[in-house]
Design a protein around this ligand. Structure first.
Ligand code: ATP
Ligand code: MG
Length: 591
């Protein structure tokens, strides 16, 4: 069996392999030369700090208006391009629409659409206007939609005619703040349901003139709800100044160069799909591919090839699904333009990093961040060695630390040793740091201690400064005096050729505290059996030792996950123990 256990623990980067010199080549030099002020000055150079203006109008003013900003691929195969100049014009118009509706700066605009051009126009036009924008995932049901609009006191909603009728009409009466609903895709103005307006009619009637407005660094810009992996989703508030992080991380962590064709597969309903599906690529003047359809292995390989994608940002869940579909499918296409692949959202198993190398000819670069951090904080860089299984190194300008909270009091111990293990914390103050959980001040303040933001994730730092994810503080298993991170156990199981996905939980046990139980879904061509269960238990014991290996394994056709693609271990646990399932608003249907 060819597993990463037999492979080197580093993927070395050598200059001879680079098609384009990476933006970050010498980590120490990049860090010492870095300052957030310099990034903000270079980006804004005297202009107002407004995410949309810096992302769009700056290029038009610089003469690059004809460049394609977005290439939209519809589910049925049509393709529509919007240039930077088109986008500047359409977002100006939408800002005028908001003005004509009497929306005040700072009021909330919700956008509930599939990945269609109007979503991008509304989000960016809303930012340009100075409204606070909250993109919602279009597969949410009526209740999650209503809850989020209510938390955000939404005043305007842009959605489609079909989504409105299916999901919003029934809850509209619960939303007294929601005055304006603009619908995309109505046949004509006369058919819009009562209490709604037609998006395209309003856009067409808006003045054809630049919108004049102004926003400042600390003005609230975006409201993003967390994935709900560990509980009820929280509404994280972000400001226009976050744009400096979007820019610096696009440069360093995604290695964007002006000629790139970039594909971020995340939906803008999650922070990744906004920070990196909309803002960062525009700031770098690149062309982004936007696919309206859902995941499909064959379709995705075809897009990578046909659109000549050069930088691809995706998620472990998608990579695992591609792995599940088998390497033959990947090899039916060629990817000569592809030069950099990154992933975020969950731990990326070493097997997945190597799969990229073996099947696509490029390793996958894991990076770590959260809705709260607004942008990438720890990353594997194009120009630096990868240690498969590690999240990489902190971005220049980001100070990460491993800390221990004191029992019960406010104290915090920062573990200074080169190699340390504990809670991952970030020195507060990077530009895209969230500025609040809407309506939950107390909870927000509890995230900070001694000048650090406490992430709630446990990690280890090695002697080279690379960070390794252990697990969410809530998911870590305590068994017979050992602290067991589910990721380590899941990664070991994934080395077995039968395993497509694994989710690991702790089960209360009167003797050892908790025992490890693994839930596993199988790759194509494998069937659940008692013999396979024994083989997996044996494999895990050999790799991890008896103290850490699972005591029990159960097969599931698929693991429950959030709509943003994260395994919901809390749900596996609740179901196993017969406990209440908690908030399921972000659970992928059918799971
Ligand atoms: P909630 O906070 O509502 O429970 P969530 O934490 O899943 O949901 P997000 O902000 O979307 O919501 O996800 C951030 C979390 O995802 C991180 O705290 C971490 O646990 C996990 N994560 C993201 N990227 C990585 C990565 N590269 N490796 C390991 N874990 C990651
Ligand atoms: Mg979280």
């Amino acid at each position: 069996m060819d597993t990463h256990a037999d492979r080197p623990d580093r993927i070395r980067k050598v200059a001879a392999d680079w098609r384009i010199p990476p933006n970050l080549r010498d980590y120490a030099v990049a860090c010492s030369a870095f300052s957030w002020e310099a990034v903000s000055d270079r980006l804004a150079s005297g202009r107002d700090v407004n995410i949309a203006r810096l992302a769009i109008d700056r290029h038009v003013e610089g003469g690059a208006g004809a460049r394609i900003a977005f290439r939209f691929l519809s589910a049925t195969g049509e393709c529509r391009d919007l240039s930077y100049a088109d986008l500047a014009r359409l977002t100006d118009r939408f800002a005028h629409v908001l003005a004509s509706l009497g929306i005040a700066k700072g009021e909330r605009l919700f956008v509930l659409c599939g990945r269609i051009p109007e979503l991008y126009i509304a989000v960016l036009g809303g930012l340009k206007y100075g409204a606070v924008v909250s993109p919602l995932f279009s597969a949410f049901g009526p209740e999650p939609i209503a809850t989020r609009i209510a938390i955000g006191a939404g005043r305007v909603l842009v959605t489609t005619d079909a989504l409105y009728r299916r999901k919003v009409e029934s809850v509209r009466a619960q939303l007294p703040t929601l005055e304006h609903v603009l619908l995309v895709g109505t046949d004509d103005e006369s058919t819009t349901p009562p209490g709604t307006d037609d998006f395209s009619t309003l856009l067409a009637a808006a003045p054809e003139a630049p919108f004049v407005g102004s926003t400042a660094v600390d003005d609230m810009a975006l409201l993003h709800f967390t994935s709900g992996t560990t509980g009820k989703p929280k509404g994280a508030v972000h400001v226009h100044g976050a744009v400096a992080t979007h820019y610096a991380t696009g440069q360093y962590a995604l290695d964007l160069h002006p000629e790139d064709i970039f594909w971020c597969t995340a939906d803008p309903g999650w922070v990744t799909g906004t920070s990196y599906g909309i803002i960062a690529p525009l700031l770098h003047g690149v062309t982004s591919v936007v696919d309206a359809a859902e995941f499909d292995a064959e379709r995705w390989y075809a897009i990578l090839e046909a659109q000549r994608v050069s930088v691809w940002y995706t998620a472990p869940t998608a990579i695992r699904m591609l792995m599940k579909a088998g390497p033959e499918l990947a090899r039916q296409h060629r990817y000569p333009a592809l030069r950099f692949i990154a992933s975020v959202g969950e731990p990326l198993n070493p097997e997945a990093v190597w799969w990229g190398q073996d099947v696509l000819g490029l390793p996958i670069h894991d990076n770590w961040w959260q809705t709260e951090t607004g942008g990438i904080m720890i990353a594997n860089f194009a120009g630096l060695d990868i240690k498969p299984g590690s999240m990489g190194l902190p971005l220049p300008g980001v100070e990460a630390a491993i800390v221990q909270r004191g029992e019960g009091d406010e104290s915090l111990r920062v573990l200074d040793a080169a190699a340390a293990q504990g809670e991952l914390a970030l020195k507060a103050g990077w530009p895209s740091m969230f500025r609040g959980y809407l309506g939950e001040d107390e909870r927000y303040h509890r995230c900070f201690r001694d000048g650090y933001y406490l992430t709630g994730d446990l990690a280890r730092r090695d002697a080279d400064g690379y960070y390794w994810f252990i697990g969410r503080a809530d998911d870590v298993i305590k068994s017979a005096g050992h602290l067991i991170g589910p990721f380590e156990v899941e990664s070991a199981l994934m080395e077995h050729p039968a395993v497509a996905e694994a989710g690991v939980i702790g089960k209360p046990d009167p003797v050892v505290g908790e025992t490890v139980k693994a839930f596993v879904s199988l790759r194509k061509g494998f069937e659940p059996s008692a013999a396979l269960k024994l083989a997996l238990l044996g494999h895990a014991r050999k790799r991890l030792g008896a103290a850490v290996a699972p005591k029990e394994i159960a097969f599931l056709p698929a693991l429950p996950r959030t709509r943003s693609g994260k395994i919901m271990r809390r749900l596996l646990k609740a179901r196993e123990l017969g406990l209440p399932e908690g908030d399921l608003s972000t659970l992928e249907s059918g799971a």
